[in-house]
Design a protein around this ligand. Structure first.
Ligand code: OAD
Length: 248
């Protein structure tokens, strides 16, 4: 792993514009379960069609609402880890650091990252299921049993996350694509690379000539396009990868 870290540090250290794509793996060491890890992943234990689709919500709003209330509780009790903190600390060392995340847990923002693109929404925000325009971020006011109704139109409120079968916000996706196309290097941390359009961002960066560096304890779908694959856990690898270079 040391050779891979040294090579990755060179690539990341010579970039002026760094783009970073994170997935569930970066929050694993904060105690937030990933989706696809065997046994511990959420989709190994729960049915995404029941819990992460509009049809599933409409079929049993209380079940889906309670599942998200449980996940909100996990997130509220979790702390950003050394990986989140290393990325936040690295912001000041780049002309531009674009942090693009698939995570809905808000831990990057809590670690201090400011330029954050949340591709899949945020679990602490609630919006009207019928898209009347109502949205709020007041998780402390949300009930844990029955879903609340929209104060504007009376429909159900739902978590402001992207469910299966839904489009990402086109402006958010466009902003992420622009950062991928303009970066000098892209760091991809803790994602299986199976979910599109997020997984297409490293492809865009590579096509634009930027080297891609992956950080993951396991092999991923994106390793084939990576210049360097660092096999390790985010909270251990990122502080080493992003530590300030000694003045030379
Ligand atoms: P996955 O659960 O698919 O993948 C998690 C990745 O994290 C795997 O490649 C693991 O090997 C890796 N991993 C586990 N522990 C790690 C650690 N400590 N450090 C680094 N990596 C680690 O999660 P995502 O790729 O993020 O979508 O999933 C993408 C999307 O699928 C999610 O955003 C979610 C899900 O359906 C929505 O909710 C819309």
């Amino acid at each position: 792993m040391d050779n891979a870290i040294a090579r990755a540090r060179e690539l990341i250290g010579s970039a002026r514009r760094l783009a970073v794509l994170t997935g569930a793996g970066i929050s694993a060491e904060s105690g937030i379960p990933t989706f696809r890890d065997a046994q511990t992943g959420l989709w190994a234990q729960y049915d995404p069609m029941q819990l992460a689709t509009e049809e599933g919500f409409r079929a049993d709003p209380a079940l889906v609402w309670r599942w998200y209330a449980w996940r909100r509780g996990l997130v509220a009790g979790a702390q950003p880890n050394a990986g989140h903190r290393a990325l936040a600390a690295a912001q000041s060392r780049y002309e531009h650091l674009a942090l693009i995340t698939q995570n809905v847990d808000g831990l990057h923002a809590r670690a201090g990252s400011t330029e954050l693109i949340e591709l899949h929404g945020n679990i602490m925000r609630t919006v009207c299921l019928d898209r009347c325009g109502f949205a709020e971020a007041a998780p402390e006011r949300l009930p844990s049993g029955e879903p609340p109704t929209c104060p504007r139109c009376g429909g159900w409120l739902r978590p402001d996350v992207v469910w299966f079968g839904e489009m990402l916000d086109p402006e958010v996706l466009q902003a992420a694509g622009a950062q991928a196309a303009r970066c000098d290097a892209m760091l991809v941390v803790g994602t299986s690379g199976l979910v599109y359009p997020a997984a297409g961002l490293p492809v865009g960066a590579r096509r634009a000539g930027a080297p891609v560096i992956t950080v993951n304890p396991e092999a991923t779908e994106l390793d084939g396009l990576a210049a360097v694959c660092v096999r390790g856990r985010a909270a251990e690898v990122l502080p080493r990868l992003l530590a300030a270079q000694a003045p030379g």
